[in-house]
Design a protein around this ligand. Sequence first.
Ligand code: PHB
Length: 398
Amino acid sequence: MNIRTAAARLALAALAALACTGAAAQTIKIGFITSYSGLNGNLGPYMERAVRLYIKQHAKELPPGVKIELLPRDDTGPNPDKAKQLAQELIVRDKVDLLAGVIFTPNALAIAPLATEAKVPFVIMNAGTAVITTRSPYIARTSFTLWQSSYPLGQWAAKQFKTAYTLVSDFGPGWDSETAFAQAFEAAGGKVLAKVRVPLQNPDWAAYMQRVKDARPGCLMVFVPAGKTATAVMKNFSDLGLGQAGVKLIGPGDITTDEELPNMGDVALGVTTMFHYSAAADRPANKAFVAAWKKEYGANETPNFLSVGSWDGTAMIFEAIKQQGGKLDPDKTMEIFKNWKNPDSPRGPIAIDPETRDIVQPEYLREVRKVSGALANVEIETVSSAEKDPWKELQKKK
Ligand code: PHB
């Protein structure tokens, strides 16, 4: 027997052994698109770290021989062309089984038709404009919608203030936040004095805040993308003395995102928000999540709402992999996503609404307070234990 024949026999024997044990390695590829540069470039790692931490903690639950490969890509901020190009490459060249991630609505909307065409399930772990999930039957969302926070915020605010002023970033989630808040606030008898939309990048906050001050509303409702922009809002609100002028700053929790609180300083004290996640929540599942985060990434690090959307999204992906024994069929995956629930997420009980593929979750009224010397989003009331996206609920009634 010559060497080539011997080598070929060995290779065949190895293949046969693999076939017998059924242990052929199976790799599930997840194309992970988020922002590592540009506006909110600091937030991508909050998502990726959550996915990696979940995989690390739970890899042993995967069917034998199944591995997950994460393919992270930088969409460079709100940049739909770039996001589309990345998704295309991940689908065609890398042959990913799933797409996931995405901070910005325009990017999610650009990817949606590709998910449909290629039948690649797409797990949205942040982007929050209500309409996104209607753009592809292959989308499921584990984050939130701006309607979920801003609509109950408007209902609450109407009980506290006669007048409001809204200031939102001029793109999908800003329009949703403005409409949801104003609709709820006015239905409950409040009056919105002005609805102002500001450019997404580098607005002249001092000029906008001066106009708010002149209008003297009872409250100012702001939506800006979480992160550094929210800190700029706080600074200008404070510098122009709006608080002293009797204006109360409120908004969805994006404006007091947990990891920015130390950068905001005491001006954030008393800001009231509606949201689904606070790193300061004392639910045992959240305490365990925050402790695991600090153990893995450092005592001064904290997860935020982008982290919890990504953590729960990864849990949902695990369920699809486990139920299918590691071989993913896109339509079966979507069926599993539609029926996924977790009574014990760090944010409380959550589920996917099978009709809309959108998340159902609690909404908490929170206030920024000092806890053990540090600013925290303290949950003061659970206003809904299972909030469905109000926009979709209201559409059904039309
Ligand atoms: C979005 O683009 O949908 C978006 C971005 C940042 C947020 C919330 C929503 O904080």
